[in-house]
Design a protein around this ligand. Structure first.
Ligand code: FEO
Length: 213
């Protein structure tokens, strides 16, 4: 009798072990998508949450960088039409750069668990009075972009959003480089002049700057 009870208990332990191992297998192997979804939810909960005003400013900046890409592409087209191939090449390369600035912001916003938006863009100007007019406008546009980046950085400090503040330091340094680049092109135009062969030489030099665009 006692032997029978012991055997029964033993069978129950084995049965419980089988059920438990089946359950573990079920969770580990058969419910992978469910486990993945849970892990995603947990990780989303742990990512850096953006404050609504910071998210709005970041999305605005995404649209501005996108607009910059279109503006420089329109300028490149105008230059090409004027047979200024160096400037056309430089501005086309710079348009690609602006697009990469937009994508970098886009990825950052999505990585925080917020949603990056691709807003509607105004049509950029496509007519210019001269090559000087084109580069004066690029310089003014970059100064405007710098002011927007600075406002974003200030908002991050006010909100104690140090992660976004840190991310934006790349843009602060980039704006310094871009303002310097466009100012140096305007300086070159002033020194060399745009009459006669001057225009040819300036356009050629601008073309060489494509790698720095
Ligand atoms: Fe991305 Fe030229 O500012």
């Amino acid at each position: 009798m006692a032997e029978g009870i012991r055997q029964n208990k033993g069978n129950n332990v084995v049965r419980a072990a089988v059920v438990a191992s089946k359950l573990i297998c079920d969770i580990l192997y058969l419910r992978k998508p469910t486990l993945y979804a849970i892990s995603q939810l947990i990780s989303f909960r742990n990512v850096h949450m953006l404050k609504p005003n910071i998210l709005n400013l970041l999305n605005e900046q995404i649209a501005l960088e996108d607009y910059s890409a279109n503006l420089y592409l329109a300028m490149s087209s105008w230059c090409g039409h004027q047979k200024l191939s160096g400037s056309a090449k430089f501005l086309e390369a710079h348009s690609d750069d602006e697009h990469s600035h937009m994508r970098k912001l886009f990825t950052y916003v999505n990585e925080t668990g917020a949603m990056a938006r691709v807003g509607a863009l105004a049509e950029p100007p496509c007519e210019f009075t001269s090559i000087k007019d084109v580069f004066e406008k690029t310089f003014e546009h970059e100064k405007f972009i710098t002011s927007k980046i600075n406002a974003l950085v200030e908002a991050c400090l006010a909100e104690k959003d140090y992660s976004t503040f840190n991310f934006l330091q790349w843009y602060v340094a980039e704006q310094h480089e871009e303002e310097h680049l466009f100012r140096s092109i305007l300086d070159m135009m002033d020194i060399v002049g745009l009459d006669g062969r001057g225009l040819y030489l300036v356009d050629k030099e601008i073309g060489k700057k494509s790698q720095m665009a």
